[in-house]
Design a protein around this ligand. Structure first.
Ligand code: ATP
Length: 217
């Protein structure tokens, strides 16, 4: 699903170097490393958000195709949950409207899919009629995950799903990740190491002790 070899990302004089990363279909892989070692930048690269001059690689493939050949259609296959995803919800749209917008973008009408996802994430359907401002942080985080999964992505990218949420929400998210493991391929970062270790099959390290992996200032 993902093959990366010899990747470097450049921000001015700073070069972030990456170890080889290989993710097979159905695997859940964690990306770990000190703050600033390039976890979020890896997602930016895979999502095509970086200009061509900001990276170089020997091999970079997404779903069997060179990354340079992917355009916006990659978003039909990938769901991305960014860091601080809770703010991704539109404050003027009720939860139901968010669900309808995702289904409509996928050309589907949905028959109980959102209800099923909400149940799996321990969310009440009563929340459908609510605006984001009336939801707790943990509810918003799980709703963002439900919306991402409503797309039925082949690949799920999660950047820091464990940040700023309580223990019970973490357990619920973890249980949900376990339930989709094997059917959805997952690439995930998390500062909370115990959470990451429980969530994924294996971890790729972007740090070597106190330093970032072969990166240069
Ligand atoms: N748009 C940008 N312009 C310049 N430098 C950037 C930019 N985006 C990221 N960086 C730098 O690149 C490095 C890696 O950032 P990145 O956000 O990928 O790290 P991270 O491992 O996700 O960090 P954290 O764990 O704190 O979220 C940092 O030193 C950061 O300051």
């Amino acid at each position: 699903m993902i093959e990366i070899q010899g990747l470097s990302i450049f921000y001015g004089k700073r070069r972030l170097a990456y170890p080889d990363i290989s993710v097979k279909k159905g695997e859940a892989v964690g990306i770990a490393g000190k703050s600033g070692c390039g976890k979020t930048s890896l997602f930016s690269f895979l999502l095509g958000e970086l200009p061509d001059s900001a990276f170089s690689y020997e091999r970079a493939e997404l779903l069997g195709r060179d990354l340079s050949l992917w355009g916006m259609e990659r978003f039909e296959k990938i769901s991305y949950i960014p860091q601080f995803a809770q703010s991704a919800l539109n404050p003027r749209m009720k939860v139901r409207e968010h669900i309808d917008a995702v289904l409509s973008a996928c050309g589907r009408r949905g028959s109980g899919e959102a209800e099923e996802l909400f149940q799996k994430l321990a969310l009440s359907e009563e929340l459908f009629s609510r605006y984001p401002s009336t939801l707790s942080g943990g509810q918003k985080q799980r709703i963002v995950i439900a919306l991402a999964m409503l797309k039925k992505p082949e690949l799920l990218f999660m950047d820091e799903p464990s940040s700023a949420i309580d223990f019970i929400t973490l357990r619920r998210i973890l249980k949900y990740i376990w339930s989709i493991k094997g059917t959805t391929t997952i690439l995930m970062t998390a500062h909370q190491r115990p959470f990451l270790e429980k969530a994924v099959d294996r971890i790729v390290e972007l740090s070597e002790g106190e330093k970032c992996w072969k990166s240069e200032m």
